[in-house]
Design a protein around this ligand. Structure first.
Ligand code: SAM
Ligand code: SF4
Length: 342
């Protein structure tokens, strides 16, 4: 069942009118939960020098804190959680987290985003413990390029992971690809052919500017509209926007099994359809990927106080800014997307 249909059969959050929205009426139904900022890859646009251990060990939320946080968001009507990072599967208790989140009343869909690490071995286990949708990052189908982009010669392993994910029966499998000028932008057609032949979706993500990658962004950014022009040139057609859909623009092709989505944060009106909130691995609520810091919810996660927590979240969300300020060259305080999960 797709997100739109799930939403249609869901009851309102407790109290009937308690759904979470901001001052301009955007509704929030989707939580992106970062489980760790640690990563084993060194993607050029994200952590080009790899994850650097800070002086203090990362202070990640415990499974119990995750349960409390997700319970509060669910009380506010959020029903979909994506587990991300860093690389979320590096957490030893990853499967406990999945089980815990998927048992929170009101959570109807648990998704995850991964670089493919251990996917070939664990796909079935992750599916069995409650993940129904998986996004796998694959920026190139060429082994040497994949290695140059991620710092790891692991394309074959990731491809085996995709096969394992298909065999495990996830409801949705999406491949995420960041297109970079002069690096992999000539692979667009090859990637499109790959998903056209399989029941997979592909998401092209524009390189996003963060605090740490400004010069990389200037050199490598490919505008989403140029990707759209290339897709339309080979017969892909824009699909009608589903009510409540997120910011991706979706394309289909009469002869293709898969779909394609474009995530283009620099495009006009990108923020108008924002339906997501982010919680960092140390418990900070981020109202925007490109916002200024986060709001620390940790003190409220220390004890059973989901109601206070939900009220605090509601107040903070009420003040969410209408749009990011990327067009003014302001990408907020996010050093890299590994810090808050992309
Ligand atoms: N480690 C996992 C992975 O790579 O799939 C999950 C976390 S990663 C931050 C989530 C997504 O953000 C990935 O698809 C990655 O390609 C994307 N990403 C990271 N930094 C980005 C940037 N600066 N611009 C665009 N996408 C980015
Ligand atoms: Fe790690 Fe994902 Fe960032 Fe790549 S994009 S460095 S895999 S967190």
């Amino acid at each position: 069942m797709n997100d739109h249909r799930i939403r249609d059969v869901l009851p309102l959050a407790s109290g009937g009118s308690t759904r979470l929205s901001d001052s301009i009426g955007r509704r929030f139904e989707y939580l992106r939960l970062s489980l760790t900022e640690v990563c084993n890859f060194r993607c050029t646009y994200c952590l080009p020098e790899g994850y650097k251990k800070p002086c203090n060990l990362p202070n990640e939320l415990s499974v119990e804190e995750v349960r409390r946080a997700v319970t509060a968001f669910a009380q506010l009507g959020l029903w979909k959680v994506r587990l991300t990072g860093g690389e979320p599967t590096l957490r030893r208790d990853f499967e406990d987290v999945v089980r815990t989140v998927s048992q929170v009343p009101g959570i109807h869909k648990v998704a995850m985003t991964t670089n493919g690490y251990r996917l070939a071995q664990r796909a079935k286990a992750w599916r069995d413990c409650g993940v129904s949708a998986i996004n796998i990052s694959v920026d190139s189908l060429d082994p040497a390029r994949f290695s140059a982009i991620t710092g790891h010669d692991r394309l074959a392993e990731v491809m085996r992971g995709i096969d394992a994910a298909e065999a495990a029966g996830f409801e949705s499998i999406k491949l995420n690809a960041v297109l970079m000028r002069g690096v992999n932008d000539d692979e667009l057609e090859t990637m499109v052919e790959f998903v056209a032949a399989r029941d997979l979706s592909l998401r092209f993500i524009e390189v996003m500017r963060t605090n740490d990658n400004a010069s990389f962004f200037d050199e490598r950014h490919v505008a989403g509209q140029s990707v759209i022009d290339r897709l339309e040139a080979v017969g892909w057609q824009r699909l009608p926007r589903e009510v409540g859909a997120g910011p991706a623009v979706e394309f289909g092709h009469p002869e293709a099994k898969g779909r394609i989505g474009i995530i283009a944060p620099y495009s006009k009106d990108f923020c108008a359809s924002c339906n997501r909130l982010r919680l960092s691995s140390d418990g900070k609520l981020h109202l925007c990927l490109f916002g200024d810091g986060g709001f620390d919810l940790r003190p409220l996660l220390a004890e059973d106080s989901e109601t206070d927590l939900a009220e605090r979240i509601r107040t903070l969300v009420g003040a969410k800014a209408p749009a990011h300020r990327l067009h003014e060259g302001n990408s907020g305080a996010t050093p890299h997307l590994a810090s808050i999960g992309g």
